[in-house]
Design a protein around this ligand. Structure first.
Ligand code: MN
Length: 489
């Protein structure tokens, strides 16, 4: 993980005298110390002091904006902090903001409680004043309520921290496009200027011919090194080492181009492979495993989202991949989706060791490419799709239950995942189609709806949830109303 941290601000005012302010500071420091000493939060918290005046608040927000290591600001009103003092600071804050509504003591001390204790521990009304100003200013924010040591409270803060890291990553993201998106396809299109303004992405094209030139520079020694990496990670189930070597050469060349242009995600298309003998398969899969985002058929939006979700969930165990809803098993009441792609599914979601195999590709008319074949593992996951509705973006997130694939499918030459969409296959799929969700998704066992919707909230885009309790009827009404609301923003 990068050396990102989060700034923790306690709110108060001068009304209470020095002794109260000293105790406020001690308590806030203690909270930061306990959090940092435990593994409750995925990132460090830096206590930045007790805020007592408008000037202090404005200057700390300026400093937060200017500090590249600061990924977000967490506020807590230990005592009453009049919120007109916060207007100047909040007006300029560009970092993600979380309002923690907590209290230093868990219990009311029955015998000791007096008016001094009440005046020191009054977040119950101090945080209400604070919540009002954020509502009045329509600030994007995360509100977390509860005792600061409670596991559910730290889980929510930790999840929001990951969303904030995703936002910082998004605002610095460059995406490399080899070729345009697939001819005539609508959902992979999008407004790249809007994407840069709203999400920070620099999405630019690079000739596939430049990639071919870069491939010609790759030495045998570099290929050998890459092959030994493949041998450590995967099981070889082919004798066609020439095909595997060719993928190694593609991977090295793509990685060098990404590196030299500062890109963390890329897209390509089987329709534009001039000078290349194989569609990158194993190459793309191994790049994704190292955190690179990818989208097939020129799908730069999904490529960007794969890299963002990978950055958000770094260090988590489940895995995240580019995915496509491919085909169904429609046994009534037990319906399942089979997800896969022509080649490019990330091995971080594999159950067991992926196999390197070489098979002909029915589409694209090139040589049979080497690819990784495996089954995805079972567990709760999300499938997320970012679509462009013309002037704005919508993120659609479906909660799903991945299962061990119920068939062996020995003739299917690609990685495969099977899952049950929630709330049910029929209702969930109907919701997905009503919302306009794409066939391409980011499929993640680590990112939750909460994490993705907090990211969308920080970025200022719509997020639609499909999961337990969602009905197509109510979703259709929600989409109609939210379409009007988003036009007014
Ligand atoms: Mn596709």
């Amino acid at each position: 993980m990068k050396t990102n941290n989060f700034w923790f601000l306690a709110g108060s005012q001068h009304l209470y005298g020095d002794e109260t302010l000293r105790q406020v500071s001690v308590h806030a420091e203690e909270i930061a110390r306990v959090w940092n000493a435990s593994s409750a939060l995925p990132f460090g918290v830096v206590f930045k002091g007790v805020m007592k005046t408008p000037d202090e608040i404005t200057s700390v927000m300026k400093a937060a904006n200017a500090d590249d290591g600061c990924a977000g600001v967490i506020t807590w009103m230990h005592t009453f902090s009049p919120s007109k003092m916060w207007i100047g600071g909040f007006s300029i804050l560009t970092k993600p903001y979380c309002h923690l509504h907590t209290q230093f003591n868990r219990n009311i001390p029955d015998n000791e409680i007096d008016m001094d204790f009440m005046n020191l521990n009054q977040s119950a009304h101090g945080d209400r004043e604070h919540g009002f100003i954020a509502a009045r200013m329509k600030l994007a924010r995360k509100v977390v309520v509860g005792f600061w040591q409670d596991a559910e409270v730290t889980a929510q803060i930790g999840s929001w921290m990951r969303s904030a890291i995703g936002a910082a990553f998004s605002r610095n993201l460059r995406v490399m496009r080899f070729g345009d998106n697939m001819r005539q396809v609508a959902v992979t299109e999008g407004d790249k200027v809007e994407a840069q303004m709203k999400l920070g992405w620099q999405v630019n094209t690079h000739p596939v011919g430049d990639l071919v030139l870069e491939m010609e520079k790759v030495t045998d020694a570099a290929i050998e090194e890459k092959l030994s990496e493949y041998k450590k990670r995967y099981k070889f189930d082919t004798d066609d080492m020439a095909a595997v070597r060719y993928q190694a050469k593609e991977e090295i060349a793509i990685a060098r181009m990404l590196e030299s242009f500062g890109c963390r995600a890329f897209s390509n298309t089987f329709e534009d492979l001039h000078g290349m003998e194989q569609l990158p398969g194993l190459a793309t899969q191994n790049l994704m495993a190292s955190g690179v985002g990818y989208g097939g058929e020129g799908d730069w939006k999904t490529a960007a989202m794969v890299s963002i979700v990978k950055a958000m969930t770094e260090g988590m165990p489940g895995g995240t991949s580019f995915m496509e809803d491919y085909t169904y098993d429609l046994e009534k009441g037990k319906e399942l989706s089979l997800g896969a792609h022509m080649l490019e599914v990330c091995p971080t979601i594999a159950e067991g060791t992926p196999l390197v195999q070489v098979h002909a590709l029915g589409i694209g008319g090139r040589n049979p490419p080497a690819r990784l074949v495996f089954e995805g593992h079972a567990g709760r996951a999300t499938a997320a799709s970012l679509i462009d509705l013309g002037g704005r973006f919508r993120l659609i997130v479906q909660e799903v239950e991945a299962v061990k694939p119920i068939y062996k499918m020995p003739n299917l030459p690609v990685a495969r995942v099977m899952w049950k969409g929630l709330p049910s296959f029929i209702e969930g799929t109907k919701c997905w189609i009503l919302a306009g969700g794409a066939h391409h998704t980011v499929f993640s066992y680590d990112a939750t709806y909460e994490m993705l919707s907090d990211w969308a909230n920080i970025m200022g885009i719509e997020c639609v949830r499909i999961g337990e309790g969602t009905t197509a009827d109510s979703l259709e009404k929600e989409l109609f109303i939210s379409d009007l609301a988003w036009k007014l923003r």
